[in-house]
Design a protein around this ligand. Sequence first.
Ligand code: GDP
Ligand code: MG
Length: 442
Amino acid sequence: ALSDRLSGIFESIRGKGRLTDADIDATAREIRLALLEADVALPVVKTFINEVKERCKGAEVSKALNPAQQIIKIVNEELIAILGGETRRLNYAKQAPTVIMLAGLQGAGKTTLAGKLAKWLKGDDHSPLLVAADLQRPNAVGQLQVLGERAGVAVYAPEAGSGVGDPVQVATDSIEEARRKGHDVVIVDTAGRLGIDEEMMQQARDIRAAVNPDEVLFVIDAMIGQDAVNTAEAFRDGVGITGVVLSKLDGDARGGAALSVRHVTGQPIMFASTGEKLEDFDVFHPDRMASRILGMGDMLTLIEQAEAVFEEDQKEEMTQKLLKGEDFTLEDFLEQMQAIRKMGPIGNVLKMMPGMGQMKQQIDAIDDKQIDRTSAIIRSMTPAERRDSSLINGSRRLRIANGSGVTVSEVNQLLSRFKDAQKMMRGMTGAMGLGGGTKATK
Ligand code: GDP
Ligand code: MG
């Protein structure tokens, strides 16, 4: 499975402190193979791998996560993105009834889904009508009637389930029936074939034209593997679809179909079918699917926890320092700037907040390049200098400038900005009545 393959890769980079480009390339190659093995279509794999590589290379060194965890985090986020990000809801018609048409190959799970969807809608205070427009298979109408009975939902079928008639006519008449009986949603089950054929596509197109559905849901068996792409393309072009339903996710489907179908159709996966019973049905959650494909649910939880704990630690550390009246150092200064950069556009909001006037200059001075230069300068200082900036005299300034590739005047500017920030931090400590220490009240 994909998860096994990936855990193998991650095992090998787990111990590393930092990832090289070569590490990233090697990892990407392995992920690529794993995805292909999981039956994800090649173009999808390519797009995916490029995104992941790009992000891994641009990733900041994280203090909270080790490199393996960082890659998992990125892969997971990209999986969620390619699976559609947020869950999309059903489009309801402005004027009832809302018409939902189902399409897909025979055996995909359309009829079963019709029953599940009807039951789900009924539980959500809708009054659905199931429509048997599959007159191809001998027992299709009977199957829908049984499901309708179980779900407690009305079924519209031609001539009391005789199974003969024109599916387009049945679909058309069903809309009238829904209006008469006050059903606000109509679910039209249609016929499928074992393979894609023109007659089937034509029939689906005709039904679509006749009932003008608000949603055309393409139902696809998640076990279908590489065929997912061809099938999805055929229905996308032949019928036109507005959403996807993945069925048989209870099996050992490797998840590749989900990635491919979403990518090929550009339409969201809206529901997941996970068994033969009417209850085995849920709204599709991209994040859960990503975690399933990755097969690293525990690892993802661990990553979230590590990040949360790390942030708490950082805040706690700073508060403790201030409480103890310890001085604000160049190290703290750097950390603070990096934190503000992480906030992104929030920095702009901060500037506008009352009382932040003093900070304005600090925030303005912060852009990515500036931070890189600042951190280079601070890293060129000795630990003692970082703790006590008063040690930094003229000759030390020159050494630091040479060491970090900047001019002495840039070092001076940094030190003066730092002194302002330090003064402000002392002021804040004093104002809050914190810090019994000497430095805070100096
Ligand atoms: P249709 O031809 O597209 O209407 O497909 P059906 O709804 O008749 O389903 C075909 C077969 O798949 C039936 O035996 C269903 O019970 C089964 N089936 C449908 N959905 C699921 C599912 O989510 N999980 C499992 N395990 N079986 C399913
Ligand atoms: Mg059917």
